[in-house]
Write a protein that binds this ligand. Structure first.
Ligand SMILES: [Zn+2]
Length: 206
């Protein structure tokens, strides 16, 4: 098991999240958050687009915490929007890494499409960072993405699940694969003492 303080995240993923955050929050908003969370080194200086583990998971957790605090009640919605923009960036810039380049999903049933994209996310995470422990779970009839090494809640505690950015990314991924908006629920979160974070694909949203 990776100790919380040794956990890392690869540059390209943080670059993707920061680019998405800047798109959603604007440059001034992002810079204010970076300053308030002691991450000023990223101001005007995104991590490079490579797979080196240049950022601590705890720093990524701090960024998420700071965005939530900065926007108060709107923080969760903001993080989900950043997560969505983050997945869109990955589709544009990292289709090969995601393993989705040239894939024809239209011929598959909806459930298969959802499984395909969640497996693609898991594989990309594992391929880029050997620390990552993640899988797709179908044990309760539902399809869920589970990660025992989630960086968003690294070292954080909460009574309720807090990985809103990840929820946004998964929601956008499922929408990309199916053309439909589905409810994504975080049923387990390490921040509340669970062994992993579990994101379940619920019902389609009307
Ligand atoms: Zn989490």
């Amino acid at each position: 098991m990776v100790l919380v303080e040794d956990a890392v995240i690869v540059n390209t993923l943080v670059r993707q999240a920061l680019t998405a955050a800047q798109e959603v929050m604007g440059e001034n908003g992002l810079n204010a958050v970076l300053r308030s969370s002691n991450l000023g080194r990223f101001i005007g200086n995104m991590p490079p687009d490579d797979l080196n583990p240049g950022v601590k998971a705890s720093e990524y957790a701090r960024l998420n915490e700071a965005i939530e605090a900065f926007y108060g009640r709107g923080g969760r919605g903001m993080l989900k929007r950043i997560g969505k923009a983050s997945f869109q960036y990955a589709v544009r810039e990292q289709a090969a890494l995601l393993g989705i380049a040239g894939v024809a999903l239209k011929v598959l049933p909806q459930r298969q499409r959802i499984k395909f994209i969640l497996n693609s996310l898991v594989n990309a995470l594992k391929k880029t960072n050997p620390q990552v422990n993640a899988w797709v779970d179908e044990s309760e009839g539902k399809i869920a993405l589970v990660e025992a090494t989630c960086a968003i809640c690294n070292g954080r505690t909460s009574n309720t699940p807090i990985c809103f950015l990840f929820i946004g990314s998964i929601a956008e991924a499922v929408r990309w694969a199916t053309g439909v908006d589905f409810e994504i629920r975080e049923t387990h979160c390490r921040a509340k003492g669970d062994e992993y974070c579990r994101f379940e694909v619920g019902e389609p949203l009307a």
